[in-house]
Design a protein around this ligand. Structure first.
Ligand SMILES: Nc1ncnc2c1ncn2[C@@H]1O[C@H](COP(=O)(O)OP(=O)(O)OP(=O)(O)O)[C@@H](O)[C@H]1O
Ligand SMILES: Nc1nc2c(ncn2[C@@H]2O[C@H](COP(=O)(O)O)[C@@H](O)[C@H]2O)c(=O)[nH]1
Length: 208
């Protein structure tokens, strides 16, 4: 395989309720995209309408912990009492096929990926205001009030880690946020191709 045929890994992260999933769905509507989504594994119970294998792979704590033992995750974290993790095998295969692999994960997991695959692109999504984050979680209505508060408390700490990411994108309007992310992905590609081009030129010069 030529170096520039391998796809990018794009890590979309940020506090709960900021709109990561909504933006990801908008991103996949962009015509002729080359994206694929890595479905995460979790021990949390499915929400109404969520489908196993599409939204998440829903598993028991025992199954999750077995996979941890077998090094089956690129990263995993415990978030508000439940496990969430990115299965390793799918990502490697898709990147080798030249696909842009999108993962949508919380902050502890994103920082683990940063250690293991620093060449990935790390994007932190922020809300237009802190109040809008709370409003979005309330309007989504998938968690009871105490769980929403736990997610908001966690968000306070997560905002403090935004500086560890490559890009910060404001999710004011979903379509605008998706366009910004698409622009980032294209720019990252151009950067990689330029450096690979330089690398091949260097090799040619050495062989002359
Ligand atoms: N730009 C936006 N303006 C207004 N509402 C939004 C916007 N983006 C997303 N939302 C709404 O906010 C709520 C949370 O969005 P979403 O579920 O995509 O967040 P998330 O970051 O994926 O959450 P989690 O991390 O908990 O999975 C949803 O009800 C969604 O419709
Ligand atoms: N570290 C990981 N975090 C993940 C993964 N998949 C999802 N998430 C994040 O967990 C929280 C809670 O999700 P929810 O569906 O219960 O609202 C949210 O921030 C997700 O982005 C994963 O594989 N690894």
């Amino acid at each position: 395989m030529k170096l520039n045929e391998r796809g990018l890994l794009v890590v979309i992260s940020g506090p709960s309720g900021v709109g990561k999933g909504t933006i990801r769905k908008a991103l996949f509507k962009i015509p002729d995209n080359n994206f694929c989504y890595s479905v995460s594994m979790t021990t949390r119970k499915p929400r109404q309408g969520e489908v196993d294998g599409v939204d998440y792979f829903f598993v028991s704590r025992e199954e999750f912990e077995e996979r941890i033992k077998n090094n089956g995750f690129l990263e995993y974290a415990e978030f508000v009492g439940e496990y969430y993790g990115t299965p390793m095998d799918y990502i490697e295969k898709q990147m080798d096929k030249g696909k842009e692999v999108i993962i949508e994960i919380e902050v502890q997991g994103a920082l683990q990926v940063r250690e293991r695959l620093p060449e990935a692109v790390f994007i932190f999504i922020v809300p237009p205001s802190k109040k809008s984050l709370l409003d979005r979680l309330k309007i989504r209505g998938t968690e009871e009030a105490s769980k929403i508060q736990e997610r908001i408390n966690k968000a306070e700490r997560e905002f403090g880690l935004a500086y560890k990411y490559d890009y910060i994108v404001v999710n004011d309007q979903v379509e605008n946020a998706a366009d910004r992310i698409y622009a980032i992905i294209r720019a990252e590609h151009a950067k990689t191709e330029r450096s690979i081009h330089k690398y091949y030129k260097l090799l040619e010069e050495e062989n002359d």
